[in-house]
Ligand binder design. Structure first.
Ligand SMILES: NC(=O)c1ccc[n+]([C@@H]2O[C@H](COP(=O)([O-])OP(=O)(O)OC[C@H]3O[C@@H](n4cnc5c(N)ncnc54)[C@H](OP(=O)(O)O)[C@@H]3O)[C@@H](O)[C@H]2O)c1
Length: 294
């Protein structure tokens, strides 16, 4: 087995690298620009911009992986809304390049997707629920899911996940839990929405889920998230309670007051039965991960 990772400088990419190192799985890590993860050995790293079709094909054919784990994406939902061409290029066209190259070496292709493929009217989504994307980002993920399902010829998996959090090195963006913990610890005044519901996902659990699907020789769509769905406000409230911080300066607001360019689904969260049953997925609770992180 040899895993080819895209987006290895990102939060999930770094955790996939960690998992491979800990479990002695052969891998090649790739990302845009230089290696920003000191835990990833230089010999395992290759710079790769996934929007360059020629480079994607040459590197995958040279490395001959058995599995491609595609985590790289533009993950800023509002940026995608305002820059649909760039979103299409990185989040859709590049997926096609990667699937084509995976087919050349007969590799399984794994695509990382999102809860945002759903419209958020139902909640507790299972893998069989109908998608109905509300934003450019979400539509780009649905298109790439279709490319994966329809054109990956040697096995495929789609891992959908929700608000990913954890610690990484030199990340280009922060994540909700790390940011909120820092802000309430300092006593900053912050506005937090109470009308969107999510199941926050510990990045280490997500990496174990992605590789669990591969190690168990599974194919198909898998929902991998944290075990509990709650409002964003409740996430912050539980962090405050855990560390005995005051909620005095945390203002509860409605998402309509934010005027964000991209529409977000009000209530997601996943039914994790398939992951529990097929890959023995064991996610940590929010409080357990706070003890591991701080
Ligand atoms: N984070 C979440 O809450 C969340 C929720 C649902 C689904 N997901 C999905 O999960 C996956 C991993 O997310 P994440 O949190 O690890 O995201 P992340 O930290 O933003 O990592 C994404 C990585 O992709 C890289 N990248 C962007 N454009 C690239 C290009 N053209 N060529 C090569 N690499 C490129 C980025 O490079 P730079 O660091 O240099 O910018 C970054 O390192 C993504 O597919 C995302 O859509 C994430």
């Amino acid at each position: 087995m040899k895993i080819f990772i895209t987006g290895s400088n990102g939060l999930l990419g770094q955790k996939i690298v960690d998992f491979c190192l800990k479990n002695s799985i052969e891998f090649i890590a790739t990302s845009k620009g230089g290696n920003r993860n000191s835990k990833c050995p230089a010999d395992n790293y290759c710079e790769l911009d996934i929007t360059n079709n020629e480079d994607v094909s040459v590197l995958i054919v040279k490395e001959k992986p058995t599995h491609v784990v595609h985590t790289a994406a533009i993950t800023n939902v509002d940026f995608c809304e305002l820059n649909p061409k760039e979103s299409e290029l990185v989040n859709v066209t590049a997926t096609k390049y990667l699937v084509d190259a995976s087919n050349e070496v007969q590799a399984h292709f794994q695509f990382i997707s999102t809860d945002f493929v759903f419209d958020g009217t139902k909640g507790n989504y299972s893998e069989n629920d109908e998608v109905n994307p509300l934003s450019e980002y979400a539509r780009s993920k649905v298109k790439s899911e279709q490319i994966t399902m329809e054109t990956a010829k040697f096995g495929w998996s789609i891992i959908r996940t929700i608000i990913v959090y954890g610690v990484g090195e030199n990340l280009s963006r922060s994540n909700l839990i790390m940011w909120a913990k820092g802000a309430i610890e300092k006593g900053d005044a912050i506005n937090i929405i109470d009308d969107q519901f999510r199941a926050p996902t510990f990045a280490d659990d997500l990496a174990a889920g992605c590789l669990g699907v591969i190690l168990n020789n599974e194919n198909g769509v898998f929902h991998i998230s944290g075990p509990e769905t709650m409002s964003i406000y409740e996430i912050v409230e539980r962090i405050a309670k855990h560390f005995n911080y005051s909620m005095e300066k945390v203002n509860k607001i409605s998402s309509s007051t934010l005027n964000q360019p991209a529409h977000r689904p009000p209530k997601t969260g996943f039914d994790l039965s398939k992951a529990y049953e097929k890959i023995n997925y064991k996610p940590h609770t929010l409080e357990e991960t706070l003890d591991l992180l701080f």
